[in-house]
Design a protein around this ligand. Structure first.
Ligand SMILES: [Zn+2]
Ligand SMILES: [Zn+2]
Length: 162
């Protein structure tokens, strides 16, 4: 199984991912701009049981997700760099890993560039990666194996919520 590691800016927090993400989004929505202070965010979504905290600790910071629900940003407790998030749709079952904090950020190529309608006006969109004005139907973009992994997580989330 492919192993990817990453960490925060000060080195106190280190983590390991087992396997490839389910999907990777490069999101240009105004909320992601605001929350990162940058053009966009690159998140790799993966089952939480595939993420192992090796050293360090996180502090949790709740902001509003695009859906209006709680979006919990987890940051290194020492330096405050954001390492992952929990989003309402998957709860604690899935994590959005900040790809920029991986040791090898180039390892994960986005499956989709989303919310291009809100992108900063000078941003150039990458060639060869599908882009969408808002969101997309994951079934039309992801290979069947990853669609199945996502549907399994969504089903677990629905069971959890009763
Ligand atoms: Zn740190
Ligand atoms: Zn966004």
């Amino acid at each position: 199984m492919q192993i990817h590691e990453g960490g925060c800016g000060c080195g106190a927090l280190r983590y390991r991912l087992s396997g490839e993400p389910i999907f990777v989004n490069n999101c240009h929505c105004t909320q992601c701009q605001h929350q990162t202070g940058s053009t966009s965010v690159v998140n790799a979504f993966i089952e939480s049981e595939r993420v192992q905290l090796l050293t360090g600790a996180v502090t949790e910071h709740v902001v509003r997700a695009g859906s209006g629900g709680p979006h919990t940003i987890c940051r290194c407790a020492v330096c405050g760099v954001a390492v992952w998030s929990y989003y309402p749709r998957l709860g604690r079952l899935g994590m959005g890993i900040r790809v920029g904090a991986l040791d090898n950020p180039g390892a994960f190529r986005p499956d989709a560039v989303i919310f291009t309608s809100e992108a900063m006006p000078w941003v150039a969109l990458p060639e060869g990666i599908p882009h969408f004005e808002k969101t997309y139907d994951f079934r039309s973009v992801l290979p069947p194996e990853r669609v199945a992994r996502l549907l399994a997580l969504v089903a677990r989330r629905q069971a959890e919520q009763g």
